[in-house]
Design a protein around this ligand. Structure first.
Ligand SMILES: Cc1cc2nc3c(=O)[nH]c(=O)nc-3n(C[C@H](O)[C@H](O)[C@H](O)COP(=O)(O)OP(=O)(O)OC[C@H]3O[C@@H](n4cnc5c(N)ncnc54)[C@H](O)[C@@H]3O)c2cc1C
Length: 368
């Protein structure tokens, strides 16, 4: 029997972006449901969890999900030349992302959000007059829908929004202890075309990863990368990383997080952008309910607001990605020779900011 319930907002997807939207909206008095296809929030793993120290302060989660910390990065050229960019203090935490999402799920519940795990959204409808979300045995009638269903967003697809560009990120976690204080980044446009490979110290474990165009070549490149380090036993995870601008609103619907391609094109990091944009989405959802205005035009302010907050970073990231993708390994070597100097190191030491180095700082009020 199909069961029907009524909400102000139904969020599709219990990742960090969807949960944060749900928490903010519920705290503003909306009646919110979150629907998640997996049984356990945060699982399966699909993220390295490398976040700046500032991000954790903004999120106010202390060091509860902390695995390790780093103070900078070592950049490796195709021939093995290296540049170390380190700060005296730690610049980033390596976090257990699964536990962070599970924590956000608990905060959502404490704030009155109803969560439906192990429930896949199969369809939805929305127009100026009404909206509803359908699962196998339930219809959720709702004033508003939040598409937070990640990089392969079926909400975006059904709305007919042009798909963003996508990369495939693959990571392997080994039992090798690694307490070093820097992340290793490997650049080589033949072995890791258009992106880079990485090694992240996670304290009790070590992570090896790569991102590249979706397809078997990326998997081969990943296997070759692992074999360089003699890695054969590991826990494997992977995911799709979208990048580029994408439409993010329709009648009664806003998209947040990876579903709206709110991702840094240069690093593939999407969690902090998702957090910033979920804050903005919550403001717009709450305003829509109080004004009783749900049409596409009224909701379009969301896109202006989030582009104002993170658009500059995305634009610059896209330009640098395009430039980097066109470089030969010879030119990458040249860049390493030119950048390996005291000035570069001093600039990093003074201004290095892994979250917002390409943009104006999105004001903390948006994130808090
Ligand atoms: C290998 C890899 C490493 C990464 N490392 C980092 C990093 O170090 N730092 C960083 O900032 N970012 C990183 N990212 C990117 C980051 O993981 C994403 O930007 C982030 O997870 C996006 O969060 P989200 O809430 O938008 O989507 P997701 O976390 O993907 O959540 C979407 C949720 O929607 C659910 N869902 C989808 N369809 C349906 C449906 N039909 N019905 C019900 N539920 C549905 C999914 O099950 C999922 O739980 C990495 C990505 C990859 C692939």
């Amino acid at each position: 029997m199909i069961n029907v319930t009524e909400y102000d907002l139904v969020v599709i997807g219990a990742g960090s972006a969807g949960l944060n939207t749900a928490i903010q909206c519920s705290q503003s008095g909306l009646n919110v449901a979150v629907i998640e296809e997996h049984k356990k929030i945060g699982f399966p793993r699909h993220c390295s969890g490398l976040y700046s120290t500032r991000f954790l302060t903004m999120m106010d989660v202390g060091d509860n999900f902390y695995e390790h910390e780093v103070s900078g990065a070592k950049f490796h050229s195709p021939s093995g030349r290296t540049i170390d960019l380190m700060r005296k203090e730690r610049v980033a935490f390596v976090i257990n992302r699964e536990l962070l999402d599970a924590h956000l799920g608990n905060v959502a519940k404490e704030n009155g959000v109803e969560i439906f795990p192990d429930t896949k959204v199969l369809d939805f409808t929305s127009d100026e007059n009404s909206a509803s979300v359908a699962t196998q045995n339930k219809i959720f009638n709702t004033k508003l829908i939040c598409g937070a269903d990640g990089s392969n967003s079926f909400v975006a697809k059904k709305l007919g929004f042009a798909a963003p560009k996508k990369l495939n990120g693959i990571m392997a976690i080994t039992n090798e202890q690694d307490n070093s204080n820097c992340v290793d980044l490997f650049f080589d446009n033949k072995l890791y075309p258009g992106f880079f490979a990485w090694k992240i110290p996670r304290g009790k474990t070590t992570e090896y990863g790569i991102a590249g165009d979706i397809g078997p070549a990326n998997v081969n490149n990943f296997n070759n990368f692992l074999s360089k380090f003699g890695v054969d036993k590991y826990e494997l995870s992977s995911g799709v990383i979208p990048y580029g601008f994408q439409k993010s609103y329709s009648n009664r619907i806003l998209l947040v997080g990876d579903a709206a391609s709110q991702v840094k094109p240069l690093t593939g990091g999407g969690v902090i952008y998702g957090m910033i944009c979920s804050r903005i989405a919550a403001q717009v959802f709450t305003g829509a309910v109080s004004k009783n205005k749900f049409d596409e035009k009224s909701l379009s302010s969301y896109e202006k607001m989030w582009r104002n907050a993170i658009g500059r970073g995305i634009k610059r990231g896209l330009a640098i990605r395009k430039f980097y993708s066109g470089l030969s390994n010879k030119n990458i070597e040249l860049a390493f020779r030119l950048l390996n100097n005291k000035i570069t190191k001093n600039i990093f030491e003074k201004y290095g900011d892994m979250e917002f180095f390409l943009e104006r700082r999105p004001h903390d009020a948006v994130v808090k």
